[in-house]
Design a binder for this molecule. Structure first.
Ligand code: HEC
Ligand code: HEC
Length: 310
C-alpha cells in the first residue's frame, strides 16, 4: 500500500505528546495506560496525517479534502450502524477502517489487527462523549430478509414506491421516476399525491451538516462520482437506513414507522441496491433520457372532500 507508506513517512516528523500514566474508563470499560500509549503512537503513524496531532481533523494532508477527515474531538460518527445515533461499537470502527469510505480520502487501511484495536481505544480518549458508560449504541440487527431472491423484483417495486411516496427520500436524494409516477406513489402510500416538485428534483439536494461542511447526498444512479460511502449489500443498507447518518441530515428510519415495518426497510434497501447496480449501464442512460423528455404533468382534479361546504 504505497499511499499508506507515504503517509507514514509524513507522520514521523511529529513529536509525541504526553503519555498516559493511568488507566482510563471509556464507554464503561477500563483501558490500561499501556494500550492507550501504544494506540497513540500508532495513531501518529497511520492516522495523524489526515486526522491531525490532536484528532481534530487538521492533519497536514487534510487541507482541501472533501469530505474533510473526521474531527474525533466532536465525538460524532456517521456510519456507526447503531441505534439511537449513539457512538459506534468497536466492530463498527474496525469495519470503517478496514473497508474505508468509498469516494473519500478515507481508504481501507491495512493496519495489523492488534494495532487497530489499540488505535480504536485511543480514539475514544479524544472526546469527552466516550466518558459516559452508556455512550455506545446497540447494534442494528437486520432480521432475516422477508423477500428473498424469488420476490426480489416485488421488493424493488415496493421500495421504489416508498422512496418516491411514503418515505419521501426524494426530498434530499434525486428522484428516479416521472412526475406522474411520483404523484401515484404518494397517492398509493400516503393518500395524497405530491404536485409540488423540487426544481432540481433529478439531482440530490445539498444539505447542512454538523461537520462544518455542506454535504451532497449520494446519487444512486446518475452521478458516477458521488456514490454510497459505506456498504451496498442488502444487510449493510438495512443497517444504514435504521441507523441513519448521524449529524448529516440522513434520518434514522425506525421500522415501526413504516407500513410494513422491517419488510419495508428491506424493500428500500432492495431499491437502493438495484439503483446502485444499474449505475453506468445503458438502462440508466435510458431512464435519464426518458425522465428528461417526460411530458408536462397536470395533476388530476381532486374530487371535493365529503364534508366540503358549498
Ligand atoms: C488520507 C487521509 C486519511 C487517513 C490517513 C485516515 N483517514 Fe480516517 N477519514 C478520512 C476522511 C476524509 C474521513 C471522512 C469521510 C466522510 O466524512 O465521509 C475519515 C473518517 C474517519 C472515521 C469516521 C467514520 C464515521 O463513521 O464517521 C474514522 C473512525 C476514521 N476515519 C478512522 C481512521 C483511522 C483509525 C485512521 C488510521 C488508521 C484513519 N482514519 C486514517 C481520511 C483519512
Ligand atoms: C433530510 C434529507 C434526507 C432524506 C429525507 C434521506 N436522506 Fe439519505 N442521505 C442524506 C444525506 C445528506 C446523505 C449523505 C451523508 C454523508 O455522506 O455524509 C445521505 C446518505 C444516504 C445513503 C448513503 C450512505 C452511505 O453509506 O454513504 C443512502 C443509502 C441513503 N441516504 C438512503 C436514503 C433513503 C432510502 C431514504 C428514504 C427512506 C433517504 N436516504 C432519505 C439525506 C437524506
Amino acid at each position: 500500500m504505497r499511499r499508506l507508506f507515504i503517509l507514514v513517512a509524513l507522520s514521523t516528523a511529529c513529536r509525541e505528546p504526553q503519555q498516559f500514566k493511568e488507566p482510563v474508563k471509556l464507554a464503561g470499560r477500563v483501558v490500561d495506560a499501556e494500550t492507550l500509549n501504544r494506540g497513540r503512537h500508532e495513531y501518529m503513524q497511520y492516522c495523524r496525517a489526515c486526522h491531525g496531532d490532536h484528532g481534530d481533523g487538521k492533519g497536514p494532508a487534510a487541507p482541501g479534502l472533501r469530505p474533510p477527515p473526521r474531527d474525533f474531538t466532536q465525538g460524532s460518527y456517521k456510519f456507526a450502524w447503531v441505534l439511537d445515533q449513539k457512538l459506534p461499537r468497536d466492530e463498527d470502527l474496525v469495519r470503517i477502517v478496514r473497508n474505508g469510505l468509498h469516494g473519500t480520502a478515507m481508504l481501507g487501511w491495512d493496519v495489523p489487527d492488534s494495532t487497530l484495536a489499540d488505535i480504536i481505544q485511543y480514539l475514544k480518549t479524544l472526546s469527552p462523549k466516550w466518558k459516559e458508560d452508556d455512550a455506545v449504541g446497540d447494534p442494528v440487527v437486520p432480521p432475516p430478509d422477508p423477500w428473498g431472491d424469488v420476490r426480489q423484483s416485488e421488493a424493488v417495486a415496493r421500495g421504489r414506491l416508498l422512496y418516491h411516496g411514503f418515505a419521501q427520500c426524494l426530498g434530499c436524494h434525486a428522484a428516479y421516476a416521472s412526475k406522474q409516477e411520483i404523484y401515484d406513489a404518494g397517492k398509493a402510500t400516503l393518500g395524497t399525491g405530491t404536485t409540488d416538485f423540487r426544481d432540481a428534483m433529478y439531482l440530490p439536494e445539498i444539505k447542512d451538516s454538523e461537520y462544518g461542511v455542506k454535504i451532497l447526498p449520494p446519487d444512486f444512479l446518475f452521478n458516477e462520482l458521488r456514490s454510497v460511502r459505506s456498504g451496498t449489500e442488502l444487510e449493510d443498507l438495512y443497517r444504514l437506513l435504521v441507523a441513519g447518518v448521524t449529524g448529516a441530515a440522513m434520518p434514522a428510519w425506525n421500522p415501526v414507522t413504516l407500513p410494513n415495518k422491517e419488510a419495508d426497510i428491506y424493500a428500500l434497501a432492495y431499491y437502493v441496491r438495484a439503483l446502485v447496480r444499474m449505475k453506468g449501464t445503458p438502462a440508466a442512460e435510458e431512464l435519464h433520457r426518458a425522465l428528461a423528455a417526460q411530458a408536462g404533468f397536470t395533476p388530476p382534479p381532486e374530487p371535493p372532500a365529503a364534508d366540503a361546504k358549498p
